[in-house]
Design a binder for this molecule. Structure first.
Ligand code: HEC
Ligand code: HEC
Length: 415
């Protein structure tokens, strides 16, 4: 299968799709650590010719037409290239946030939620806050490959919490449907904050300011971990973006996107077929798919949704992440093992397909990649344009600062 560093440097240097396909398969074999018993098949239809590169004059002419086209109403944009049966939604501006009836917005509640989001005293160790991993200074993620691996399963990359108000499935395996449920799990999770009801109630009781804010946010309701989770969820729904250069362009600023980004937008919607999964204002379909990056058969194997459902058909399925602000949340993917250029090269090659062989001949858990993936035939210019478009989804820093935390004099006793 060859020597890993040279394959990796080839991936980084940008290649023809054909070469990238070969390299990716090889890298797949190395990076995914496939033992010899399992081999990578080129994805079906691996015959895509690489699109010829364009001259500067041709690019300029293409951009001119596309820029005015995309400045028009989305309904007049060129039709996206999506496969039959995909219920795609057009890219666009984020709609206003809707707070759920079960947890309506309240000013005191959101302020309380913010304090708790940043307060490490909620954790059993007194050292970890939500913001330790979802740090506004790191695009609301943490910049680490994975967070806190322990307990025999590999850790996962921390997603940004910006715009989570707009998602209908949460976690890389989609196991939480609401932010309330998610916050409660993060609080209780022994690998995250390991908080108990008693501990949380103890902190509130120990702080006059927390007591006062809690009473304002939840009149007539005793302090509880569930209340804390609701307040945090309420605050998270106020953490929204929508100020990227792409958003400015959609609001009519024709100069907000560079020529490369305009070409990249068009590629994203059509030739690169990304809209099969990354669509709508959040750039996610809120569904789970197999890309084939599960490290199947390795010590760092993560079978995604299968870990939750136990259904072999879910082996290797992960939730489509939002691509808003993706340039600030590297390293990428659930495993935190990839950089953007490598990800684009892998998509261009059609990702990796494992052939059932040897000990895995009859193994129903061998992940079967999505039918929406296949070699794309993009050239080096195209890949750079696609990257320029994704960079235009970057949010400006939102200036959120850690708040002054309430004093809780006897918190030690309460813990
Ligand atoms: C130790 C680091 C860490 C801490 C502390 C932490 N998180 Fe997370 N968070 C993660 C990781 C890792 C994931 C992805 C886990 C997975 O998908 O299995 C995640 C996922 C999430 C998600 C889902 C995002 C998405 O797009 O799917 C939300 C929302 C979230 N965390 C909020 C919180 C809140 C609220 C707290 C505090 C109560 C918190 N987190 C504490 C690391 C952390
Ligand atoms: C079959 C559905 C599907 C298609 C098509 C698809 N993606 Fe993805 N994308 C996903 C899923 C699922 C993940 C997360 C996979 C994982 O972590 O194992 C992902 C992850 C990513 C990530 C990493 C994001 C992060 O925060 O870690 C980037 C970047 C990305 N996709 C860009 C693209 C681009 C560009 C295209 C078009 C060339 C594309 N995707 C096509 C489903 C898809």
């Amino acid at each position: 299968m060859g020597d890993r560093p040279s394959f990796l440097s080839a991936i980084r240097s940008g290649l023809s799709a054909r070469a990238a396909a070969v390299v990716c398969l090889a890298v797949g074999a190395c990076a995914l650590g496939m033992p010899p018993a399992i081999s990578a098949d080129p994805p079906a239809g691996d015959r895509t010719a690489v699109r010829p590169e364009r001259t500067d004059a041709d690019r300029a002419a293409a951009v001119e037409g596309l820029r005015s086209r995309y400045l028009g109403e989305p309904a007049t944009w060129p039709a996206p290239r999506v496969d039959e049966g995909v219920a795609w939604r057009e890219l666009g501006l984020l709609p206003p946030v809707v707070h759920p009836q079960a947890n309506p917005f309240g000013d005191a509640k959101a302020r309380l939620g913010k304090l708790w989001f940043f307060d490490p005293r909620l954790s059993a160790s007194g050292e970890i806050a939500c913001a330790s991993c979802h740090d506004p200074a790191h695009g609301w993620a943490d910049g680490r490959p994975v967070s806190q691996p322990s307990g025999g399963t590999p850790g996962r990359n921390t997603p940004s919490i910006r715009n989570v108000a707009h998602r209908s499935a949460l976690f890389w395996d989609g196991r939480a449907a609401t932010l309330e449920q998610q916050a409660e799990e993060a609080l209780r999770n022994p690998r995250e904050m390991a908080a108990s009801d008693d501990h949380v109630v103890g902190l509130i009781t120990a702080s006059p300011r927390y007591r006062e804010l809690y009473a304002a946010a939840f009149p007539d309701r005793p302090a509880s971990l569930a209340g804390v989770a609701e307040a945090i969820a309420c605050y998270e729904r106020t953490v929204v973006g929508g100020h990227s250069r792409f958003d400015d362009f959609l609001r009519g600023d024709a100069t907000a996107l560079s020529d490369a980004a305009i070409l990249g937008l068009d590629l994203f919607r059509r030739e690169a077929r990304c809209m099969n999964c990354h669509h709508g204002p959040t750039f996610s379909d809120d569904r789970l798919h197999v890309l084939g990056l599960s490290f199947f058969g390795k010590s760092n194997e993560d079978l995604g949704r299968y870990r939750v459902s136990g259904d072999p058909a879910d082996s290797g399925r992960f939730l489509t992440p939002s691509l808003r602000d993706v340039t600030r949340t590297a390293p990428l993917m659930h495993s935190g093992r990839f950089q953007l250029s490598g990800v684009l090269n892998m998509y261009n090659a059609g990702m990796v397909r494992l052939r059932r062989r040897g000990p895995w001949r009859d193994d129903p858990l061998v992940p079967v990649p999505s039918r929406h993936l296949g070699p794309l035939g993009l050239n080096r210019q195209d890949l750079a344009d696609l990257a320029a478009f994704l960079a235009a989804l970057e949010e400006p820093p939102d200036g959120e600062r850690p708040p002054q935390l309430p004093v809780a004099a006897d918190i030690r006793a309460a813990r």
